[in-house]
Design a protein around this ligand. Structure first.
Ligand code: SAH
Length: 255
């Protein structure tokens, strides 16, 4: 009989070790096999006897199937994502594979270890931009049509949510953030606070804040999380340094 395999679906957080949970560190240390996008695996210290299965960022379904196949063979597998594995990441791909795959995969022990997501890390740098209702939208149209993205942006603007934009741009998709800003500018006040939080927690971190009317969407790249405020989001000025971004807890309060 093969030994019981196990699959951890692990979130590594936005980058720095101090934003990696003890659970995630333990799961990746215990694993016999690490599966994930190469730059995420590079964040983990090498361990004798541990096998690494690095892939590029595109083939999520194959990566999930590889991890599940290894676990079904009795291996103890950690399938890693940046940030939280449930936010635009590997957890859904893994459960889709389990749903469609061999019955043995549904019998596996599977655990999801959450991580700090980019919007939380960005929010921590900015102050409290997510203090009231917010939503997260991925601008990538690799997995959904742009018409769906545009409809959701419009609905989020009309619903007056704070909006966290993941995957705002890439080399292959440089223009969509400009289209998204055009759409938002048509629906939201020009003074709406906006933040571009790039590579939060990493050596090349860069935070830029602006009002929606003046913000340059070209600041966004694939390492950037963009936060667009609601009608109530405001700046809290400081004597020195960047203003804090605040979305108050109470909605509809006169200022
Ligand atoms: N699972 C991840 C998101 C994966 S989608 C999470 O929960 O954070 C990839 C997108 O996440 C990037 O295009 C960027 O928008 C955002 N992102 C990931 N790490 C980031 C970081 N350190 N700083 C800013 N944005 C980040």
């Amino acid at each position: 009989m093969t030994p019981a395999g196990h699959l951890w679906i692990v979130g590594l957080g936005p980058g720095p070790a101090h934003w990696l949970t003890p659970e995630a560190a333990q799961a990746t240390a215990q694993a016999s096999d690490l599966v994930g996008y190469a730059p995420y695996l590079d964040r983990l210290p090498p361990r004798a006897g541990q096998r690494r299965h690095a892939s590029d960022n595109r083939v999520e379904a194959e990566r999930a199937a590889l991890a599940l196949g290894l676990a079904a063979d009795g291996r103890r597998v950690a399938l890693v994502s940046g940030g939280d594995p449930g936010v635009f990441a590997m957890a859904a791909a893994a459960f889709e594979a389990i749903e469609r795959g061999p019955a043995a995969w549904r019998a596996l022990g599977v655990e999801v270890a959450p991580g700090v997501s980019a919007m939380q890390a960005a929010a921590a740098r900015l102050g409290a931009p997510l203090g009231h209702d917010f939503c997260a939208i991925s601008l990538s149209d690799n997995l959904k049509p742009w018409a769906v993205v545009a409809r959701r942006l419009a609905a989020a603007a009309d619903g007056d949510f704070v909006i966290a934009l993941y995957n705002p741009a890439s080399l292959a998709r440089p223009r969509q953030i400009f289209e998204a800003f055009d759409l938002l500018r048509a629906r939201k006040a020009a003074r709406t606070p906006v933040a571009f939080a790039r590579a939060v927690g990493r050596a090349d971190e860069r935070i830029v804040v602006a009002d929606l009317g003046a913000a340059d969407p070209g600041l966004a790249d694939m390492s950037t999380l963009v936060i667009v405020g609601s009608s109530e989001t405001r700046w809290v000025a400081r004597d020195e340094g960047r203003a804090w971004m605040l979305t108050p807890r109470r909605y509809g309060e006169a200022r």
